[in-house]
Design a protein around this ligand. Sequence first.
Ligand SMILES: CC(C)(COP(=O)(O)OP(=O)(O)OC[C@H]1O[C@@H](n2cnc3c(N)ncnc32)[C@H](O)[C@@H]1OP(=O)(O)O)[C@@H](O)C(=O)NCCC(=O)NCCS
Length: 117
Amino acid sequence: MLRETRNNDLSPFLRVIEYVDKNEVIGYLKYSLIYDRIEIDDFFVTEENRKKGIGNKLMSYLISIAIENHVENITLEVRISNEIARNLYKKYGFHEVALRKFYYGDEDAILMEKQVM
Ligand SMILES: CC(C)(COP(=O)(O)OP(=O)(O)OC[C@H]1O[C@@H](n2cnc3c(N)ncnc32)[C@H](O)[C@@H]1OP(=O)(O)O)[C@@H](O)C(=O)NCCC(=O)NCCS
């Protein structure tokens, strides 16, 4: 089951989509909806529940939220070595737009963007 939560104490823009199974959160996608754009802040599925389509469900839901809110684009940073996540993002129409040198201190990030509108 997917559910949405917010924590306005942290940021008025921050929202979380959670994937809940048997009362346990086994996946989540944290994002900021900032006027006409979305930034993905964190995206995670517990190791034992990967490759079962939960990431697909979370990302599809985020894209439907983006469309409903007339968002222009969705952006995110991903470790250059994270081929699994990069594959997922490409599948959903994200393009690599820039290299962020030493973004993670020890590793570069790729800035990816999906045009929604
Ligand atoms: C990235 C992550 C959230 C994907 O979650 P998931 O539930 O395993 O994803 P799904 O099973 O829905 O797969 C979605 C897509 O991801 C890609 N993918 C998933 N596992 C993959 C693998 N082992 N190898 C290559 N691509 C893979 C595929 O494009 C897949 O699409 P498909 O179902 O058509 O094959 C999960 O691997 C994770 O939590 N990783 C650690 C944290 C992380 O890297 N987060 C992203 C930070 S930017």
